[in-house]
Structure formats: structure tokens, C-alpha cells
Design a protein around this ligand. Structure first.
Ligand SMILES: Nc1ncnc2c1ncn2[C@@H]1O[C@H](COP(=O)(O)OP(=O)(O)OP(=O)(O)O)[C@@H](O)[C@H]1O
Ligand SMILES: Cc1ncc(CO)c(N)n1
Length: 270
């Protein structure tokens, strides 16, 4: 199986392209990549961003797609509307599963998506996406709704589905409480929740990228959306709860442990 990630490079290796490729590898799929921006980044923060030209994003997309039989694609940091429009125009009508992780702001506060790009994300990319995996602040920006209650979460998910997405996974990593809860909304089906214990750690750099990459790998292998989100939740939970403790700030997660533990992880689904 071959997957493609279209995202930014994290020189610190914990998020972006690097997290995606490591996750693909551990889940037994071959990862290819299109780099939208270089970030000078480590566990202490983002120190610089150097975006790729749209022409070079297009050249990378063409190089990968004309040679490889890609079976699922994910997007991460897309940085500006030109890049979003180029990616959407290239992927439109290809009929490939597309997982959009609408990356906006790094945990340290750096902006990874220009403000003017929200419309392009909503009008060009999400209408051709299979799955969208926002955290709560990202879901608020996309839906234009503040989310404080279960009802507001449900309405925001419906707003995102109405843009054309088949499935929305609302990631609850940023919420308070002793559980890490994600709400899964699949068009026409009863919503469900995936729940694990929240692991107390500051080493959660790249959790969103890792989750969406695992989801992409499982979809590439032919799993159903329900099975794929469950496996992705196991992958990211094991990666968070077995920290590597590297770097001087908010460190990366552990991409190796899922295979070492043969994916054994308790996730409650209700
Ligand atoms: N401390 C934690 N313990 C267990 N699971 C967690 C923890 N923090 C996040 N998760 C899980 O990790 C996954 C990613 O969620 P999160 O909300 O952190 O994404 P994100 O904000 O997009 O991440 P990023 O900062 O990489 O953009 C979700 O499945 C979430 O429930
Ligand atoms: C390149 C990149 N993509 C995504 C994130 C979000 O975790 C990050 N910090 N850096």
C-alpha cells in the first residue's frame, strides 16, 4: 500500500511530514510526501517558516501521482490559499480517500496557516475530503461557532459535514478532564465516542499529525472508517502514553511502541 502526505516539514521530527512518514512505516504502508513548507522547529517552538512555491508543490504532486499507485492521501500544514487551491485542483476527481487534518496553529502558538486561507480550505479542499480531523479550536474556526457544549459540538460537526466531508473526527485532546475523548461523526450514522485515559505528560508534540497519519494508513489498507479511527486512536494513545522524553520542551510522541506492543491498547467506544 502506498500513502501520500502533503504537509510541512518539522526539523524536530515530531510533527508534520516526519511524524506522518514514521507512522506510515510503523503501520506497514509505504509513505510518499509533498512538502508545502520547511519549518525550523524543535520541542521549544517554531523558529522559522519557509514556504514552498506553489509551482514546486505542483511539481512534487505530479512526480508522486504519475508514478505511484497511491491508495490514500492526507494533508497537514498547507500554509496558504494558493497551496490549498493547487492541492484541491490536483486531487479533485481522482476518487482517492482524502484525510484533511486542518492544521492551523502549533502548540507553542505559531501560525501554520495564513488567516486568509480559511475560505479556500472550506470551499475547495473540504468538499473533496473523505475525513476531516479538527481539534476543537480548528472546528470552531471552520464552523464559525464557539463550542462549549455537546450540542454545539454536534452542530459544528454537522456544519463541517455539510461542506461535503463524509466523516468528522472532533479531537478532544485540548479539553480538560481525566479522559481523552474524540467524537466521530459519519454522515448518515449514529455518532460515537472513542475514549482512553488521559496520560499526564507535556510530550504531546505532533499528536494530531500522528493520529491523522495512522487513520490514513488504515484507510489505505482498506479498513472501514469505524475500524480505521479506532486503530488510529490506539496508535496515538500508545505513542503518547510511552513517552521518549527527548528534547528540552514539549517533546515528540513514541512512534515505535505500537508495533512493539502489537497495538494492544484499551479504547472504550460508546
Ligand atoms: N494527554 C493525552 N492523553 C491521551 N490521549 C491524548 C492526550 N492528548 C491528546 N490525546 C489524543 O491525541 C489525539 C490528537 O488530539 P489533539 O487534540 O492533541 O490533536 P491536535 O491538537 O490536532 O494536535 P497537534 O498539536 O499535533 O496539532 C486525539 O485522539 C486525542 O484524544
Ligand atoms: C510542520 C508542522 N505540522 C503540523 C504541526 C502541528 O502539530 C507542527 N507543529 N508542525
Amino acid at each position: 500500500m502506498i500513502t501520500l502526505t502533503i504537509a510541512g516539514s518539522d526539523s524536530g521530527g515530531g510533527a508534520g511530514i516526519q511524524a506522518d512518514i514514521k507512522t506510515f512505516q510503523e503501520l506497514g504502508v509505504f509513505g510518499t510526501s509533498v512538502i508545502t513548507a520547511l519549518t525550523a522547529q524543535n520541542t521549544l517552538g517554531v523558529h522559522g517558516i519557509f514556504p514552498t512555491t506553489v509551482q514546486f508543490v505542483e511539481a512534487q504532486l505530479k512526480a508522486v501521482l504519475e508514478d505511484f499507485n497511491v491508495t490514500a492521501i492526507k494533508t497537514g500544514m498547507l500554509f496558504n490559499s494558493e497551496i490549498i487551491e493547487c492541492v484541491a485542483a490536483t486531487l479533485k476527481n481522482r476518487g482517492l480517500p482524502l484525510i484533511v487534518d486542518p492544521v492551523m496553529i502549533a502548540k507553542g502558538g505559531a501560525s501554520l496557516l495564513q488567516q486568509e486561507s480559511i475560505q479556500a480550505l472550506k470551499n475547495k479542499l473540504l468538499p473533496i475530503a473523505t475525513v476531516c480531523t479538527p481539534n476543537i479550536p480548528e472546528a470552531e474556526v471552520i464552523s464559525g461557532r464557539s463550542i462549549h457544549t455537546e450540542q454545539e459540538l454536534f452542530l459544528a460537526a454537522q456544519d463541517i459535514i455539510s461542506l461535503g466531508v463524509q466523516c468528522v473526527v472532533m479531537k478532544g485532546g485540548h479539553l480538560a478532564g481525566d479522559k481523552a475523548i474524540d467524537a466521530v461523526f459519519i454522515k448518515g450514522e449514529v455518532p460515537f465516542v472513542l475514549e482512553t485515559n488521559r496520560f499526564e505528560t507535556k510530550h504531546t508534540h505532533g499528536t494530531g499529525c500522528t493520529f491523522s497519519a495512522a487513520l490514513t494508513a488504515e484507510i489505505a489498507k482498506g479498513k472501514s472508517l469505524q475500524e480505521a479511527v479506532l486503530e488510529a486512536k490506539k496508535f496515538v494513545h500508545l505513542a503518547i502514553s510511552n513517552p521518549l522524553n527527548i528534547g528540552h520542551g514539549f517533546g515528540p510522541t513514541n512512534h515505535f511502541v505500537y508495533r512493539q506492543l502489537e497495538g494492544k491498547c484499551d479504547v472504550v467506544c460508546h
